[in-house]
Design a binder for this molecule. Structure first.
Ligand code: KIV
Length: 266
């Protein structure tokens, strides 16, 4: 699984053989420039999901329910998630957390929509978790994660994301569940892996989280190309003949011969 937030990104992920595309609320940070995922709105996520579903053919597209879209009540969560399916073409939705999230999962799955769970480091509640930190690092907290995962599975989740949890804990959770786990910073024993598009492609400047493997350095490549474009325009090297349009000789002659009179000179 990889995140994508627009049609070209989803199309490329599809062509690369990715099985699941997550339109993550990480978009708030990597696309919209916020410091956290909390400000992402339903309207923003719907636009991004619509674009991604236009680009993806084969992969399952999972829309991330943004903060505030499922916390209020089961009914409110169901109304919002229906919009992702009806208006944006999503195949499934993802919800962060255990506890109160369980009744949301039951309600949404009861309406016939697949739900992906997400436990461990859940960025929407990062403040309560003490920041963007690994979770489940004591025996008691690790046991609680196993309980949350089992409860989400029992509530009907078809898959669960495990974010930033020690690898042996993720391995134990994966063994305990019948549904697949998708890891991000959770080790190799998970059934699948997910990375944020911009992280794996190096589409930003700055330090990546520990669990990211960068497969490209596109930020440098894009910057190099933009600098070359700016230099070409300023220096007159672009556009060249090949970038312009011709017109028939006689039309050009007639155009150049005609006396040009400004409307306000008449
Ligand atoms: O929003 C997101 O991109 C996510 C992934 C990191 C799992 O939730």
């Amino acid at each position: 699984m990889v995140t994508a937030y627009d049609a070209p990104g989803a199309r490329l992920a599809d062509a690369a053989g990715v099985d699941l595309i997550l339109v993550g609320d990480s978009a708030a940070m990597v696309v919209l420039g916020h410091d956290s995922t909390v400000p992402a709105t339903m309207d923003e996520m719907l636009v991004l999901t619509r674009a991604a579903t236009r680009g993806a053919r084969r992969p399952l597209v999972v829309a991330d329910m943004p903060f505030g879209s499922f916390q209020v009540s089961d009914e409110h969560a169901l109304e919002n998630q229906l919009r992702f399916v009806k208006e944006a073409g999503a195949d499934a939705v993802k919800l962060e957390g255990g506890g109160p999230t369980l009744s949301r999962v039951r309600t949404i799955v009861g309406a016939g929509i697949p739900v992906m769970g997400h436990i461990g480091l859940t960025p929407q509640s990062a403040t309560m978790l003490g920041g963007f930190k690994a979770q489940g690092r004591t025996a008691e907290k690790a046991r609680r994660l196993v309980d949350d995962a089992l409860a989400l599975e029992a509530a009907g989740c078809f898959s669960i994301v495990l974010e930033a949890v020690p690898a042996p804990v993720a391995e134990r959770i994966t063994a305990a569940l019948a549904v697949p786990t998708i890891g991000i910073g959770a080790g190799a024993a998970c059934d699948g892996q997910v990375l944020v598009y911009h992280d794996l492609l190096g589409l930003y400047e700055g330090r990546a989280p520990r669990f990211v493997k960068r497969y490209a350095d596109l930020a440098s490549e894009i910057r190099r190309a933009l600098e070359a474009y700016v230099a070409d325009v300023r220096g007159g090297a672009f556009p060249e003949e090949q970038h312009t349009y011709a017109m028939p000789e006689e039309e050009l002659g007639a155009f150049l011969d005609a006396e040009y009179v400004r409307a306000d000179d008449e």
